[in-house]
Design a protein around this ligand. Structure first.
Ligand SMILES: Cc1ncc(COP(=O)(O)O)c(C=O)c1O
Length: 387
């Protein structure tokens, strides 16, 4: 029996991340008793709130290399994806066509399926290879004269596979086809050359980069005016109505700045720990890497472990104080196998586990995880008489 050790090892940063001290500090004045300020009010309290929001907008713009005008605040990644896709489709009137990929987050896939099933919009869902990589030529071949948006994620939330937007972005821009990028998992993990990708829209979510939950960003090209999803007071360039979440936005701004500053740390220290974790996991019998071996997020280790049940392994690891995931958090609780694993044709007789590291992950955490996984797998295989 594995002892339940003191401190839990949190290796589920793709699900959500711990709030950064910088974000807490920035939010402080906006979440204390008596804090007041609607960023649309003209009096001093309103102007203070507006200044804080605009400062956050500047920080996000600087972190992304875009202009502040292109940064719209939303309630998170899901809203940013919905707004970009529905908004660009609706802006063209009835009908139209959308292209996306089989491994997108539900925020994109369900949106596209809803447009198809309830709005008479044509949809093409392009498949991926066994590593979860999209072929840019296949995406380009799917484009039709009435394609209103192509939605391709920067990096996959489960496998960590990074998509070739450096090829796809310029090719779509040349054809004048708007590209929406779900960059929720990529931001703060890998550089995002937006000048090269030339996206029409791009979604971020603060809680994935050590900011607060319930706040995100839609980066929207200046010349575009998608149809709003939310109607109301016409805030945020008339695209996203609703009183601005000042505390959340301020926290997001600080977290975005921190994430941009930490990019090189993620690329070196976090990547080295991830590689050490992978080495340890792959040393176990019948364990294989899922996702692309090189084109992958530096904090993601996703493996298929033969002959064990995923839920039993996950719960065993949880008891040992190791927190990881069998898929995306949005699906946990649902018995259905992830659509991403289906899309890459992952083995059905294996437990597929995702470990995602953060900047606070230590070498000791990695050592403990390797021992815990090795022990738990051995125990489960013995229990089932498998090996
Ligand atoms: C790739 C991707 N897109 C969108 C989302 C949704 O973001 P939010 O939780 O901010 O709604 C997630 C969250 O898991 C994600 O991983």
């Amino acid at each position: 029996m594995t002892s339940t050790t003191s401190e839990a090892v949190y290796l589920d940063h793709a699900a959500t991340t711990p709030l950064a001290a910088e974000a807490v500090e920035a939010m402080g004045p906006w979440i204390t008793a008596g804090a007041v300020g609607n960023a649309s009010s003209l009096h001093a309290a309103g102007r203070r709130a507006r200044a804080a929001v605009e400062d956050a907008r500047d920080r996000v713009a600087a972190a992304l290399g875009v202009t502040p005008l292109e940064v719209l605040f939303t309630s998170g990644g899901t809203e940013a994806d919905n707004q970009a896709i529905k908004g660009l489709v609706w802006a063209g009137g009835a009908g139209g066509h959308v292209v996306t990929t089989a491994i997108e987050h539900h925020a994109v896939l369900e949106t596209v399926e809803w447009l198809r099933d309830h709005q008479g919009v044509k949809a093409t869902v392009v498949g991926v290879d066994a590593d979860g990589l999209v072929d840019p030529d296949e995406v380009l071949a799917a484009v039709q004269p009435d394609t209103r948006v192509v939605s391709v994620m920067a990096a996959n939330n489960e496998l960590g596979t990074i998509q070739p937007l450096d090829v796809l972005g310029p090719a779509l821009a040349e054809r004048g086809v708007p590209l929406h990028v779900d960059a929720v998992q990529a931001f703060g993990k890998v550089p995002m050359p937006l000048g090269e990708w030339q996206p029409a829209g791009l979604a971020l979510s603060a809680h994935k980069f050590n900011g607060p939950t319930g706040v995100g960003v839609l980066v929207l090209r200046r010349d575009l005016q998608p149809h709003p999803v939310l109607h109301g007071g016409a805030q945020e360039r008339g695209v996203r109505s609703g009183t601005l979440n000042v505390a959340g936005i301020v926290g997001l701004g600080a977290a975005a700045e921190r994430a941009a500053d930490l990019l090189s740390t993620v690329d070196t220290a976090v990547r080295a720990r991830r590689d050490a974790l992978l080495d340890g996991l792959l040393a176990i019998d019948d364990v294989a890497l899922n996702g692309h071996p090189q084109q992958r997020l530096p904090h993601n280790a996703h493996v298929g472990i033969g002959g064990v049940d995923a839920e039993s392994l996950l719960m065993g690891l949880d008891r040992a104080g190791i927190q990881c995931s069998t898929g995306s958090a949005c699906q946990s609780g649902a018995a259905r196998r992830s659509h991403v694993l289906d899309a890459i044709g992952a083995r059905e007789d294996a437990a597929h586990l995702r470990f995602t590291l953060g900047s606070e992950t230590t070498d000791a955490h990695i050592d403990r995880t390797i021992v815990a996984v090795t022990d738990a797998v051995a125990r489960l295989r013995t229990a089932t008489g498998d090996r």
